[in-house]
Design a protein around this ligand. Structure first.
Ligand SMILES: NC(=O)c1ccc[n+]([C@@H]2O[C@H](COP(=O)([O-])OP(=O)(O)OC[C@H]3O[C@@H](n4cnc5c(N)ncnc54)[C@H](O)[C@@H]3O)[C@@H](O)[C@H]2O)c1
Length: 323
């Protein structure tokens, strides 16, 4: 059993991860600032099962407030690994509010790294994003592709900056790091701004689904419990290994074109979608497609959930939360 700090614990991925780590026998210290991007009540509901668990504690704190605030907010008990999921997520809003995204995701991450140094915590799992690949023409995306001129949104730039910062702390202070690039995660508790969540709500409300571009853009949709399995394996890897610095894709290795996704969502909901074609949105990439062989080799990562299964799980969850 280890003690693990999960930042962004009240969010979509963080709350599932906390449940998984508790199930695996770990102690989980959760941190979140209830960023108002979507309702606090939703995030409190995400945490409900964890809050009843004896090995879980929750601490409301904002990474932007700096080292002293983190020292005050978090317990002094030993922590072996930090899983850093807290971020302002999403491409579109980052184009509208670049400074807020960079302050939160880059400065906030730096404060966390300083707190880890202060507490002599030496193992970090950092949530990066497929968006760092931008419109890199070679596919599937491999972790060793050069990315210095790839990011096409402030969100992507904030995530690549995070990866660079974790390297700096690895070099300077010997921090063991796994950076994981997640690929369009979906499933129960998914953020309301993300496509699948929006599409199911629109269908349920009898509204047309917006298709940005001609419908051929594609995403490597990954079911949340598959992503969480990759993170849990990453935590175990960090606990076992010394002198680690690696970057991994946690995707599904199967890009789904937008029109195919909408069709699959329609089948999961039992309705035929009406479409409303719109121009591409600024900052959006054409395709995401993960080469997952490195994560398979290092962690034994192997996503299990088909799109049809994952969509059923999502629709079931949304119907329960709406009733
Ligand atoms: N969902 C995806 O498809 C996806 C894809 C790639 C990467 N990611 C990354 O995975 C992580 C989790 O994403 P998610 O979809 O669960 O998002 P989410 O918004 O549901 O969760 C993020 C959580 O972080 C918290 N947070 C934000 N800023 C904070 C701060 N300054 N201090 C403390 N807490 C803060 C928020 O309140 C929220 O609960 C993020 O880093 C995101 O960038 C997600």
């Amino acid at each position: 059993m280890a003690s693990i700090l999960v930042t962004g614990c009240a969010g979509f991925i963080g709350s599932h991860l906390a449940e998984r780590l508790l199930h695996d026998g770990h102690r989980v210290v959760g941190l979140d600032n209830f960023d108002p991007f979507y309702p606090r009540a939703r995030k409190q509901e995400n945490l409900r099962a964890c809050l009843q668990h004896p090995r879980f504690t929750f601490h409301e704190a904002d990474l932007r407030q700096g080292l002293d605030a983190l020292v005050d907010a978090l317990p002094a008990d030993p922590i072996e690994v930090v899983v850093h999921l807290a971020a302002k997520a999403g491409v579109g809003p980052s184009v509208r509010e670049p400074v807020a995204y960079l302050e939160n995701n880059v400065i906030g991450t730096t404060h966390l790294l300083e707190w880890m140094r202060h507490r002599e915590i030496t193992k970090l799992f950092f949530a990066s994003s497929s968006s760092v690949y931008g419109n890199t023409p070679e596919r599937p995306f491999r972790e060793d592709m050069p990315l210095l001129a790839a990011c096409i949104s402030p969100y992507a730039a904030s995530k690549l900056s995070g990866e660079q910062l974790t390297y700096t702390y690895h070099h300077l202070y010997g921090l063991d790091v796994l950076n994981a690039r997640f690929f369009t995660v979906y499933g129960p508790r998914q953020r309301p701004d993300l496509a699948i969540h929006k599409f199911v709500r629109l269908l349920r409300d009898g509204q047309p689904i917006p298709v940005f571009g001609d419908g051929t853009t594609a995403r490597d949709y990954t079911f949340v419990l598959d992503t969480v399995d990759g993170i849990a394996r990453g935590v175990d890897y960090l606990l076992r290994q010394e002198n680690v610095y690696d970057t991994l894709n946690l995707g599904n290795n199967r890009p789904v074109p937008l029109l195919e996704l909408i069709d699959a969502v329609g089948r999961a909901v039992g309705q035929t979608p009406a479409l409303s074609f719109q121009p591409m949105q600024a900052g959006d990439v054409d395709i995401t497609y993960a080469d997952i062989s490195k994560a398979q080799r290092l962690l034994g990562y192997a996503p299990q959930t088909t799109l049809a299964q994952g969509l059923q799980e999502f629709v079931h969850w949304l119907d329960q939360t709406r009733s």
